[in-house]
Design a protein around this ligand. Structure first.
Ligand code: BGC
Length: 249
């Protein structure tokens, strides 16, 4: 099986790596370029092209994440980027920039696909919920390994406020919450999610999952709650799976 280039668009960096789809492993060094200061369509397209050019030996479709709702390659929301993205057919823009097809997927959905296939959710049947706690909160909902895209469960409201503004890692830092206090907020969120989706397994991803030991033991949920296994590789791996037309974890 030929390796596939996966690209992950984040708030601070745009990262790409060749992914072996049978193992979910990178088969070359990851390449990172800082996200252009004004993360608008043209400079981001240029950066995606530069990442693709960094891997001249790879051909075929590229998978790429985006931190917002993506339907058939078009962007519908961009809560933590610029509103200029809304309505843009980013798959078309990126494909034109790279000179080959680019398949676009929500960043948390990509992480969810990768965790379900190769990471913390591997082999789990039933309802798996992957939450990425970063600048925003992303979510991926999978049933028996199959993804329900664009769930956006970070935008649920709890006690009159969008949950992402209370429970993301950005909110934790901005509010100066200790891990103990943050875990209390997360527990209210998990209880709410349990009432709505009754997951069998919840996977906590995002950069902060590296420090799971500091807050994970305080999390209370009927479902098992575990840290993500693929860490910051999950977006790239999931994007590559998506480009290969594989929406099962
Ligand atoms: C966006 C989601 C994204 C998440 C993580 C949220 O604000 O609405 O689409 O997955 O941030 O980047």
């Amino acid at each position: 099986m030929k390796p596939v280039l996966g690209i992950d668009i984040g708030g601070s960096g745009i990262k790409g790596a060749p992914v072996d789809l049978s193992s979910g492993r990178f088969i070359g060094e990851r390449h990172r370029i800082a996200t252009p200061q004004l993360a608008l369509t043209a400079p981001v397209s240029e950066t995606v092209r530069a990442i693709a050019e960094h891997f001249p030996n790879l051909s075929g479709p590229i998978g790429c994440t985006f931190p917002g709702i993506v339907i058939s390659g078009r962007i519908y929301t961009a809560a933590n980027l610029d509103d200029q993205w809304i309505g843009v057919d980013a798959a078309e823009e990126f494909s034109a920039a790279c000179g080959r097809p680019v398949a676009l997927i929500n960043d948390a959905d990509a992480a969810g696909l990768a965790e379900a296939r190769f990471g913390a959710g591997a082999g789990h049947k039933g309802v798996v919920l992957v939450l990425t706690l970063g600048t925003g909160i992303g979510s991926a909902l999978l049933h028996n390994g199959r993804l329900v895209p664009n769930t956006e469960l970070g935008h649920l409201e709890l006690n009159g406020e969008v949950i992402e503004d209370q429970a993301s890692n950005r909110a934790r830092k901005a509010k100066g919450l200790s891990f103990k206090k943050w875990a209390k907020v997360l527990n209210r969120y998990l209880a709410h999610l349990d009432r709505l989706f009754a997951p069998d397994l919840v996977v906590i991803g995002g950069g902060i999952s590296k420090q799971f030991d500091a807050f994970g033991p305080r999390l209370r949920c009927r479902a098992e709650v575990v840290p993500a296994a693929l860490r910051n590789q999950a977006g790239i791996v999931g994007a590559a799976l998506w480009a290969a037309g594989d929406a099962t974890g």
